[in-house]
Design a protein around this ligand. Structure first.
Ligand code: ACO
Length: 323
């Protein structure tokens, strides 16, 4: 059977780093509160010339270089984002143009913080059914553009950045020993819409809007939803938490990451954490964390890696990959 094997990963971050202490002048908050409640110490903030398309392009080029590939080798781009450059066309198509590609197809996928996990599963489907041979899967966000910078309950939590992965069709045996995407579990439930949303859009207010979140409500649901899809993915693959080499969760809050890993019985040493460096970069958070753990030598060929995320909608999902 065809498997989608990871050929390369890459990432890109805006030049400017914003430390927690920089909020203290304008808002009633502190570095201590932010670190204690979230684990976040800093985030990158995009300048005017750094956009979802430019960061996505840079991450894509880094992933291509990592895999020893060029844009000519790619026939599909799936971009997970909630902060596109324009309402349309898809920012994925702009990245395709920036990469100099006039072949293949590209589209955006919108599942907020779960976007990258949904995009990996979607690209895997297209590869397995023969629509594509090599896919660039990108998560790129500029959440700083949709934050209400006067709202301390949300603006301290998010950052900008991009991460990318190249998936390539390979013949596998159909067993859990294969390299590539092995199993996935995706969910959504729109009854939670009001807990985490943007209060604008082309068809309603005709504006871009700002992010609104009932943080405590999101927190309450997060660990349960994450364990639901991770356990579903374990069951599909016929493995358990002990078999996992690395757990790469969505980087929203260190407390949610810790609670989920504990509930799943995953040891702390197997958990990749970058929320301290990047904040919550929504769809970019998982590929940014992956790139850090691949480049520092933690994730290696043959490792069993579980990606998971939960976000606005709510949406939630998990993907198991043998590296
Ligand atoms: N600085 C200081 N105080 C603050 C701040 C701040 N930045 N923000 C809130 N507070 C105050 C609140 O006003 C509240 O004060 P009160 O008790 O006087 O009302 C107090 O701190 C406690 O607030 P809580 O909301 O109960 O704090 P909590 O411990 O729940 O932490 C947080 C808040 C960090 C937002 C947490 O709820 C959380 O992480 N939620 C989940 C967010 C998340 O994971 N989102 C993921 C999906 S994101 C996506 O899909 C785009």
């Amino acid at each position: 059977m065809i498997r989608s094997v990871v050929r390369g990963v890459g990432s890109a971050l805006p030049r400017r780093i914003m430390k927690n202490s920089e909020f203290e002048a304008a808002l009633d908050t502190s570095d201590e509160w932010i670190v204690q409640r979230t684990g976040i110490r800093q985030r990158h903030i995009a300048a005017a010339d750094e956009t979802t398309a430019s960061l996505g392009e840079a991450a894509a080029r880094a992933a291509l270089a990592d895999g020893g590939l060029t844009p000519a080798d790619i026939d599909l781009i799936v971009l997970a984002t909630s902060t596109p450059n324009n309402t349309f066309p898809a920012t994925a198509v702009e990245i395709q143009q920036r990469l100099g590609m006039r072949h293949g197809f590209a589209f955006d996928l919108q599942a907020v913080c779960s976007g990258f996990v949904f995009a990996v599963a979607t690209a895997d489907g297209h590869i397995r059914n023969g629509l594509a041979k090599r896919a660039l899967v990108i998560g790129s966000e500029t959440f700083s553009r949709i934050l209400d910078w006067s709202d301390r309950t949300t603006c301290v939590l998010f950052g900008d950045g991009a991460g990318a992965m190249v998936l390539e069709a390979h013949e596998g045996e159909g067993s859990v020993a294969d390299r590539g995407v092995l199993a996935a579990s995706l969910r959504s439930d729109g009854t939670h819409k009001e807990k985490l949303y943007v209060d604008g859009g082309p068809s309603t207010t005709k504006t871009v809007g700002h992010l609104r979140m009932e943080g405590r409500e999101v927190f309450k649901h997060a660990a349960g939803m994450i364990t639901d899809v991770v356990e579903g993915t374990f069951a599909q693959a016929g493995i358990s938490a002990e078999d996992l080499t690395w757990f790469v969760p969505h980087q929203a809050n260190k407390r949610i990451i810790d609670a989920s890993a504990k509930k799943l019985g995953i040891a702390d040493e197997k958990v990749v954490v970058t929320v301290d460096l990047h904040g919550n970069t929504s769809a970019a958070s998982v590929p940014l964390a992956l790139d850090v753990a691949v480049k520092d030598g933690r994730i290696r060929k043959g490792d069993l890696v579980m990606l998971e995320a939960m976000g606005g909608g709510f949406t939630w999902g998990a993907v198991l990959i043998r590296w």
